[in-house]
Design a protein around this ligand. Structure first.
Ligand code: GAL
Length: 336
């Protein structure tokens, strides 16, 4: 009798004990970044932030990108916003832009590669994006402004930066806080320009790299600037390349592949490099898009820590990995 009771008690205790355990296992936030796989947000939906960019405000990262979910209004263009403290778990904050062709560019007009800057002086969030007609002939940037990181952003204006053609744009904020726009000027190359104090216009050109590069991304790492870009092959992946310089103004080195050429950057295209400075280490994360032109909502992300230093940069073969946001260290995921 005594033994029987204990076994029953044990079973009951175990059952109760198991319930919280099972719940935890189901709801436990992802710890692992899985390049090329579906990336669920807090609602379990695949993150829609393509061709995107990230800023850090206090201890929160905001990821903005092209919202390409199915079933949206085809006359509108959308920019999504996600928030995270660890760059792994993302909370959907909504579509902070839902815009209907503000410049009469016609049906099929484009809003691509949104990038948001936070201006300390004006305390405004300033969104830059590639704005174009459906044949990519207009080649300019649009600007929208918000008081809060999660919108809504109000359309302000559009222009060609310093009167140059501008298609793919990239964002770079240097360690001293200076904000730059990187843009692809088809006839000439890859331009780096400094934003004006209020970020609402371009102050001056810093450099023209005479290389035809899209998806421009820059990082300042241990005294050197590294610029990554892709070739101009539309949605098709190509071998992305990098160059280095001791100053943003150049001179820039020749461009070299960031990954074995035959992998076509493991099927991805650069959009930004994030520098995570922790208390033990600094990790430079390559952010790339794996485009699926026929099913854009299913386009994936390839995020991997770069091997970088002393003028060399290499994108390792993508595998699941984990980031420790506090220490800045990363490791390959085990047993996943
Ligand atoms: C890519 C570019 C994308 C998009 C696409 C259209 O090269 O990086 O942002 O414009 O071409 O074909």
């Amino acid at each position: 009798m005594k033994i029987k009771f204990s076994i029953r008690a044990l079973i009951i205790l175990m059952a109760f004990g198991m319930i919280p355990y099972l719940n935890f296992a189901q709801n436990s936030p992802p710890k692992v970044i899985r390049p090329g796989e579906l990336w669920p947000d807090n609602n379990g939906n695949h993150i829609q932030a393509h061709g995107g960019g990230i800023i850090k405000v206090k201890d929160t990262y905001f990821w903005y990108g092209e919202e390409r979910a199915n079933g949206l209004d085809s006359n509108k263009r959308y920019v999504s916003c996600y928030a995270s403290k660890d760059l792994t778990n993302w909370t959907f904050k909504g579509d902070v832009v839902q815009m209907t062709d503000p410049d009469n560019l016609g049906s099929g007009w484009l809003l691509e590669r949104p990038k948001v800057y936070y201006n300390q002086k004006t305390q405004k969030y300033v969104l830059y994006f590639h704005m174009d007609n459906k044949t990519y002939k207009v080649a300019k940037v649009g600007i929208a402004v918000s008081d809060k990181p999660d919108g809504n952003f109000k359309y302000l204006k559009s222009f060609r930066p310093l009167d140059h053609e501008s298609r793919d744009i990239g964002q770079f904020i240097d360690d001293d806080g200076t904000a730059y726009l990187v843009f692809e000027d088809r006839p000439f190359g890859f331009r780096i320009a400094k934003l004006a104090d209020d970020y609402l216009s371009i102050e001056k050109e810093i450099c023209l790299i005479p290389a035809h590069m899209e998806g421009g991304a820059i990082i300042h790492y241990k005294g050197l600037y590294y610029a990554i870009g892709s070739a101009l092959t539309g949605w098709k992946a190509n071998p992305n390349k990098y160059a280095t310089a001791t100053s943003l103004a150049g001179p820039w080195s020749d461009f070299k592949d960031i990954a074995p050429a035959e992998t076509n950057t493991y099927g991805s295209q650069s959009t930004m490099i994030i520098k995570v400075v922790g208390d033990k280490s600094t990790t430079a994360i390559f952010m790339g898009d794996i485009w699926k032109p026929k099913t854009q909502s299913d386009s994936r992300y390839l995020w991997m820590p770069l091997e970088i230093g002393e003028g060399n940069l290499r994108l390792p073969e993508p595998k699941p990995w984990e980031l420790n946001i506090k220490s800045g260290e990363w490791k390959y995921a085990t047993g996943q």
